[in-house]
Design a protein around this ligand. Sequence first.
Ligand SMILES: NC(=O)c1ccc[n+]([C@@H]2O[C@H](COP(=O)([O-])OP(=O)(O)OC[C@H]3O[C@@H](n4cnc5c(N)ncnc54)[C@H](OP(=O)(O)O)[C@@H]3O)[C@@H](O)[C@H]2O)c1
Length: 507
Amino acid sequence: MSFSVDEKNRSSSNFFGSKRVAEDCLLIIFGGSGDLAKRKLFPALANLWVKKQMPEKFKIIAVGRKPMDVDALLSMGKYPEGFREHIQYVQTDYSPAGIAKLKSACHQVCKDTDIPPNYLHYLAVPPDGYAELAKALHDGGMVHPSKGKYWSRLIVEKPYGRDLESAIELDESLLSGFAEKQIYRIDHYLGKESVQNLLVFRFANSVFEPIWNHHYIDHIQINASEFLGVEERADYFDKSGVLRDMVQNHLMQIFCLVTMEPPVNLSAEAIRDEKVKVLRALRPIDVNAIPPMAVRGQYGPGEVKGQQVKGYRDEKGVAHGSSTETFVALRMHIDNLRWSGVPFYLRSGKRLARKGTEVVVTFKKLPNVLFNARGQNAQSNRIVFKIQPQEAILLELTSKNPGQSFELSDTSMNFCYSDHFDTSADAYERLLLDAILGDPTLFVRSDETELSWSFLDPLLRHWAEHPPRMFPNYRSGSNGPDEASDIILPTEQPTHWIDFSKWDNIC
Ligand SMILES: NC(=O)c1ccc[n+]([C@@H]2O[C@H](COP(=O)([O-])OP(=O)(O)OC[C@H]3O[C@@H](n4cnc5c(N)ncnc54)[C@H](OP(=O)(O)O)[C@@H]3O)[C@@H](O)[C@H]2O)c1
C-alpha cells in the first residue's frame, strides 16, 4: 500500500509565511575556514544559487583569523562554475582594528557590486566566541538598527549555552547588540521537511487533528540513534554529552511540534508562542525520581556494522575516566488538558545498533471485544514519522488476511517523501534562505531555549553531582543500557521501546 500525491494540488509556496523577495545582501560567515562552513554552508549556498533562490546580487564574505584562500574554502565539494566569484575571504581578528578592516572590506564590496549594506552575519565559530564576536560587530558599527533602511541579522549555531544560566548570559550579550528579531538561533532539524511536516500533518488533516490527544493516544516515542561515536568532536562533546548535544535542542524541538496546540495563524510568533506554551506545561523533573524518569549511558567497546570499535573512554580527545553520557533516555509528561496521562519517551545515543531519527505515536487499543475477544491480538495503530536518514510517514493498521476466517495481520500504509518530492535540499539550504528572506519561523526564540534549559537543568545538575558508577554501561552496537527499559510506564497496553529497525528499509 502507498499514499499518492495529487500533483495538481501540490503547492510550491512557503506555507509558513507569505512569499518574500530575497534582498541583495552580504553573507558574512565568521569561522569561514571551519568544518561547518566548508561541509554545509558553502554547498547549501551554491545549491540555492543554482536554483536561482539567492538574491540577484550577493557576496559571501568568509572571515577567519588564519590565512586562507577561496580554493581551500571550496576544497571539500564540487561547485558550479561561477560560484567561486561570489566568495571573498577576509583574514582578520576580532579586535576593534580587525572589525574596522572587515567593515572597510564590506564597504568596498558593496561599492564595487552595488549591493546595499544588508548583512547576514553567521557565527560559524566555536560557542565560546559567540558573545565576543557579536559585541565586536555591534561596537564596530556592523549592526544596523532593527528598523531602518538596511538590515542586519545574526545566525547563531548550536550549542546555545550549556545550561540555563549560560543561555541567559548569552541571550543578554547578544541582545545588547542585536534585537531579538535580528537573532536567528539555528536548529538544523527544523530545516528538515519531515520535521516541518509534523505541523502540516497534524493541523491540515481532519482525520488526525481530532484524535491528537490523551483520549486516543497511548504514548509517544521520539528516538535519535546513531552508529557514529564521538568521531573528531571529542573536544566539544566530552564537555557536553548527549543531553546537551541532542535532547535540549533537536529532540525538544521535535517534541514541541508534536505536542503544541494549533497556532492562531502561521506567523513565526504564533507558532513559537505555542511551542513556548507546551514547554511551560512540562512537568518538572523530580530529582528524587531519577531513575526511573531518566537513564544515562556511555558506550564501551563493541561491534558496529561489522567493525570492532573502541569504547568512549578510549576515543582520542576523551578525558581519562570521563563521565560524559553518550546515551540518554527520558520520560516526560505534559500537564495540560490535551496530554494529561500520556507519557513521552525521548531517547538518543551514539554507537547504537542502528541509525535513525523517528517519532512514533501509538494509539490506544480498542476494547477487548470482537477480534481481541477471540484470542486475536489486534495491535495498536501507530503513526511513524521517519525523519532521517529516509523521510517517510507510515500508518500501521490491522487488516484481515485473505480467506474465509477472520485472521488478522499487521499492515502499513507508507508514504516516502522521495517517491513524490525532490528531497535533495539540505536543511541548511532552507534555513539560510529563510534567514536571507527574514523569516524566523524555523529558528528558535530565546524563551524556547531558556525554557528547554530550565526543564533539563535539574537533571544536568543531578547527574553532575552524582557521577555514574557503572560507565561504560552499554556495548557499542547494542540498543543502549538495559536500564533504559525501566523508564517505560505500563499504560493501557504493555509498552516497551519500539524496535525502530523494522522500518529501516521502508523507502
Ligand atoms: N561542524 C558541524 O557539522 C557543526 C554542526 C552543528 C553545529 N556546529 C556549530 O557550528 C560552529 C562552527 O563549527 P565548526 O565545526 O566549523 O567549528 P571549527 O571548525 O572548530 O571552527 C570554525 C572556525 O572558527 C574559528 N575560530 C576558532 N576559535 C575561535 C574563536 N574563539 N573565536 C572566533 N573564531 C574562532 C577558526 O578559524 P580561524 O582560526 O581562521 O579564525 C575555525 O576554523 C560551532 O559552534 C559548532 O558547535 C557545527
